[in-house]
Design a protein around this ligand. Structure first.
Ligand code: SAH
Length: 395
């Protein structure tokens, strides 16, 4: 196996089992590994440190897999990791209640670059590293063996693949092409998912717990669901007898699907107003119109793709939240999220404090929210923590 020598002084992160080694931390490569090959990382004295995937196209030149030298990294190693990850979701999936979740979450499940989402009997897969791409035949075999899905569809994100020098691909990996509409159920609520055309891998299953937590406050309330996508927060609020919901999203396909989902669940479509618009525009319009809500949900896309974008993103989050606060009745609830990994909870609270000052409001944080258990955060890989939310009472 080809050996890669780590620069002296760069050992700490590896010893702490962080799975990334940046290209700048590498002293030399003894040989010419192909991208995606498993290599052996050694320290400057030649002592074994870990095995990992190699890629000279990526800033993360090594993605570490295993720290025990005696373990062989073969097909069975990958199959075992797949099986363990899938098994650990067995309590998230409950017959007749929830049949959609994330089965494999990349580094957090010890499989760097592999994401697998389950939508009833269909799987949507993202293959984001050249190492995982090489192992896909045995990973697909294992997924087929354990889950017997009707289809496995590649829904890889083009930008992330580009970082590893990989081409974009959206193809059927196994079984049939997934149908345009796959009906799933989450917390007892039904959704139509378009795996091939929808955003992300089709659905944002990372908000499953948060939808329920917010909806618990919705009975008899007027709710404004901003960045609604296909209706996650809207449908949960309706399930809990909200008086009225306004759902805002800039994607016409998302809003159409939301309307279908309202009917699919037999909810009263008369309670729902949909608006296909930029949220900032709509919030300003609502402010001019003078209407107020009891609950405002803000679940925007990632504003800070990296740490360098954090300042600009913080201002955007602040502005958005200021507008949201101004549309609340006294004592109303703001459920606000950031899915930017670069923003931690402390900074997010600070942003909310600034927004409150600007809006002339007082804010209590009544619940701190995060990603659900099928998006685990590995203690040695804090980067896996990305979704945070605050449930705020606003006076
Ligand atoms: N709350 C949703 C997930 C939101 S994902 C759920 O529970 O499923 C973010 C959403 O924001 C996407 O649907 C995207 O179409 C929408 N979006 C992105 N930028 C927007 C903008 N400026 N105005 C309105 N919607 C926007």
């Amino acid at each position: 196996m080809i050996e890669v020598v780590l620069k002296k002084g760069k050992e700490k992160a590896v010893l702490h089992r962080h799975p990334w080694v940046f290209s700048g931390a590498i002293e030399k490569v003894k040989g010419k590994p192909a991208n995606g090959d498993v290599v052996k990382l050694i320290d400057a004295k030649g002592v074994f440190m870990a095995y990992g995937f190699y890629n000279d196209q990526s800033r993360v030149a090594l993605r570490l897999l295993e720290w025990d030298e005696t373990v062989e990294i073969n097909e069975q190693w990958f199959k075992d990791k797949v099986a363990v990850a899938v098994e650990s979701r067995s309590e998230v999936l409950v017959d007749g209640v929830t049949n959609t979740c994330r089965l494999i979450f990349s580094e957090s499940d010890y499989l760097p670059g592999l994401i697998v989402d389950k939508y009833a009997d269909h799987l949507a897969v993202q293959v984001l590293t050249s190492g995982i791409e090489k192992m896909m035949p045995c990973i697909i075999d294992e997924l087929n063996r354990i889950l017997k899905p009707e289809s496995i569809f590649d829904k890889s994100d083009a930008t992330s693949r580009g970082h590893e020098g990989l081409q974009t691909q959206n193809i059927v990996l196994a079984g049939t092409h997934p149908p345009d509409r796959v009906e799933v159920i989450e917390n007892g609520i039904k959704y139509n998912i378009n795996i091939a055309e929808g955003q992300k891998s089709g659905f944002y299953c990372d908000q499953r717990d948060n939808r329920k937590i917010v909806a618990a406050h919705a009975k008899g309330k007027k709710v404004l669901d901003c960045f609604s996508y296909t209706g996650g927060f809207t449908l949960n609020a309706l399930q809990n007898q909200a008086a009225a919901v306004m759902s805002v999203d800039s994607s016409a396909l998302a809003v159409e699907t939301l309307k279908e989902n309202v009917l699919l669940n037999g909810f009263d479509a008369g309670k729902v107003t949909t608006v296909t618009s930029d949220v900032n525009k709509q919030l300003r319009k609502l402010r001019e119109d003078g209407g107020l809500f009891d609950i405002v949900v803000l679940d925007p896309p990632k504003y800070a793709p990296s740490r360098s974008a954090l300042d600009k993103a913080s201002r955007a989050y602040k502005d958005l939240n200021r507008l949201g606060m101004l549309l609340l009745n006294k004592g109303g609830l703001l459920a606000t999220y950031s899915c930017s990994g670069a923003m931690n909870m402390e900074t997010f609270k600070q942003v909310l404090a600034w927004a409150a000052l600007d809006a002339g409001k007082q804010v209590q944080f009544i619940n701190q929210l995060c990603q659900p258990e099928d998006h685990p955060v590995r203690s040695s890989f804090p980067e896996g923590e990305y979704l945070k939310g605050l449930l705020c009472r606003v006076y």
